[in-house]
Design a protein around this ligand. Structure first.
Ligand SMILES: [Zn+2]
Length: 324
């Protein structure tokens, strides 16, 4: 039986604020006087998760707070066999809250630089933007991304029923600036939100997207354009969007010929790890190791990693597959 911990992994959908270690959170909460502790398991609904997440974010105030969680993220990822990660960070929101647009991102990048050096992994950043927030703030996100080569993409998160059209000019500007576009869609809302993320949002990848299955035309759109989905089973169950892992539609996405990748999304809130998610593919969803290796390779192919990183990772995944 191949060791899933040793499978070389690319991790594409994970929110930095939802990776904070329990002891780090407790320390920062006490320091800054915020009444919050780590919690894992199912949330009543998305609003309950968002309220908890808001308290976690309030614990991040100083540059050293951001640098610390970024550094610790690298350590946690390395322990999962992650070789390359794109971590999502709501940089402009923290900047607005703290009255300094650049500090949070720069502190995260500094923590990631130290963490990468110490733990031998490679990281990039995706700056996300809640759809309910202003176009101006999304423009700030693009400015931050364009100013830092470590930021590979920007994208939409939050309420999927908020239209993307107001942001269309920023999507086009990102495309022209060579900044990638990765949007949450088809998680809380249906297939139409996935179509919108592709046609209006010019998405390179889709966060979640499993509800594309509700419309064969949207499935065909994703398949024809080879747009990868970042599928996060434990997150979907914890947020009540899918009843159980064993009933997760991930196998149906594969059957439909879609490009599936695997991520944790909010690991500190679910207790999930990336190796654990791969284990669920084998133990709960009955996928064989060839399919698991294909999913791992999909993540490499769909990433914004440099070509030499991709080539090495593909080779190492092939070596894992060839083993036993
Ligand atoms: Zn997410």
């Amino acid at each position: 039986m191949r060791d899933l911990a040793a499978l070389p992994k690319a991790h594409l959908h994970v929110h930095l604020e939802s990776t904070v270690r329990a002891d780090t959170l407790a320390e920062l909460a006490d320091l800054h006087g915020v009444d919050v502790r780590a919690r894992t398991g199912r949330f009543g609904d998305f609003a309950e998760f968002a309220a908890h997440n808001g308290l976690v974010r309030d614990c991040l105030r100083r540059a050293e707070d951001f640098s610390r969680i970024a550094y610790e993220f690298c350590a946690e990822e390395a322990a999962q066999g992650t070789r390359y990660a794109e971590v999502t960070f709501t940089a402009a929101a923290h900047g607005e809250r703290l009255g300094d647009p650049d500090m949070p991102l720069e502190a995260v990048l500094s923590g990631l630089a130290a963490g990468q050096a110490a733990h031998g992994i490679e990281c990039r950043v995706i700056v996300d933007h809640p759809r309910k927030r202003s176009v101006e703030r999304f423009e700030t996100s693009l400015r931050l991304a364009a100013a830092h080569p470590e930021v590979v993409a920007i994208g939409m998160a939050g309420a999927e029923d908020h239209p993307l059209t107001p942001f269309a000019a920023v999507f086009r500007a990102a495309r022209e600036a060579g900044v990638g576009l990765v949007h949450h869609a088809g998680e809380c809302c249906g297939a139409a939100s996935v179509r919108e993320a592709v046609t209006v949002g010019l998405a390179d990848r889709i966060g979640h997207g499993f509800r594309a299955l509700e419309d064969p035309e949207v499935v065909a759109l994703l398949r024809d354009r080879a747009i990868a989905l970042e599928v996060c089973p434990s997150s979907n169950v914890a947020l009540g969007l899918v009843e159980s892992i064993s009933s997760h539609p991930l196998p149906l996405l594969l059957d439909a010929g879609l490009t599936v990748t695997l991520s944790t999304d909010i690991p500190s809130s679910t207790g999930a790890t990336l190796t654990g998610e791969y284990r669920l593919l084998r133990d709960e969803l009955g996928l064989d190791d060839d399919t698991i290796a294909t999913i791992a390779t999909n993540a490499v192919d769909a990433s914004f990693a440099p070509e030499d990183t991709k080539a090495l990772l593909r080779q190492d995944i092939a070596t894992w597959r060839a083993g036993s």
